[in-house]
Ligand binder design. Structure first.
Ligand SMILES: [Zn+2]
Length: 283
């Protein structure tokens, strides 16, 4: 099934760190914008752990990374990012505040689609990714209850229930949404390259011989092209899930939101009794 992304809807991406969404969903977010949707990014932490050297203070690093996301969102065509300024690496210590803030923003923006981390992803070790995914999922399922955080109603907000949560990069889970990013791949690459501090920190992922703590001038001159090639390889890998229908893609596991739960009873029942579920939807 091939269809366009919904138009006139609000898509909210909830990230842990400023560069998370660019690596995993920027092509999709750019397509959402091109097809007439409003795109917002909520960045939960200030990213102040994201370095392998002491060349910048935590405060300086947080500022650099905030600016990188501001620039990346301009490339994608989304709204300026919303920063919640949780300390990087310590989201677990702020869960209640985080849930309240996410409910607040989902209500205020009237989020239709929430894109975030899969909190149940196998081998996910980063606590911020797990907790942001969990709190964003909870907030999506609980924002519809007016008795939850009633002070929001006094501020003029209304209860709101997003339609779906999409989990980014479901490597071990069968993806059920594959977004064709062939037309927005250039924007994805440009958006990722806005995060220069992280491209350098992850340099050995793109150039195996590179040492991110002391990049040689040769590494630096190759880094842009190597990053681009890496992103293309991942997008081609995701595209291969489509059996030749799509060249470059981002994959997601989408789940419908209900009041206080996910609306996935039919899928769970089908799985339990062995009826195949959810064909891959190519968008
Ligand atoms: Zn991250």
């Amino acid at each position: 099934m091939v269809r366009h992304l919904v138009a006139n809807k609000v898509i909210v991406a909830a990230y842990a760190h400023p560069d998370d969404g660019e690596f995993l969903a920027a092509g999709t977010l750019a397509r959402c914008v091109e097809e007439g949707n409003e795109v917002y990014a909520i960045c939960v932490t200030n990213g102040d752990l994201g370095a392998k050297t002491l060349s910048k203070s935590s405060k300086e690093l947080a500022q650099v990374r905030q600016n990188e996301l501001i620039e990346a969102m301009k490339v994608i065509g989304g709204h300026p990012p919303i920063f919640l300024n949780c300390p990087d690496g310590f989201v677990r210590d702020h869960l209640e505040e985080l849930k309240e803030r996410l409910v607040y923003w989902f209500r205020k923006l009237k989020a239709e689609l929430v894109i975030t981390f899969d909190p149940w992803k196998m081998y996910e070790i980063h606590p911020d990714h797990i907790e942001v995914g969990r709190m964003a999922s909870e907030a999506a399922c609980f924002a519809c209850f007016p008795l939850l955080y009633p002070n929001h109603m006094k501020e003029g907000l209304e209860p709101h229930q997003p339609a779906e949560v999409w989990y980014m990069s479901p490597f071990e889970h069968k993806a059920n949404r594959l977004v064709n990013i062939s037309t927005t791949m250039r924007k994805k690459i440009e958006a990722v390259l806005c995060h220069q501090s992280q491209v350098e920190m992850l340099a050995d992922m793109f150039i195996p011989s590179a040492d991110p703590r002391s990049l040689s001038s040769e590494d630096k001159s190759q880094l842009k092209e190597a990053t681009e090639n890496f992103l293309l390889m991942i997008a081609q890998g995701m595209g291969s899930l489509s059996n030749g229908k799509v060249e470059l893609a981002e994959a997601f596991y989408a789940i419908k939101v209900g009041p206080g739960h996910f609306d996935n009873y039919q899928e769970m029942l089908q799985e339990a009794i062995g009826i195949p579920i959810d064909e891959l939807e190519i968008i």
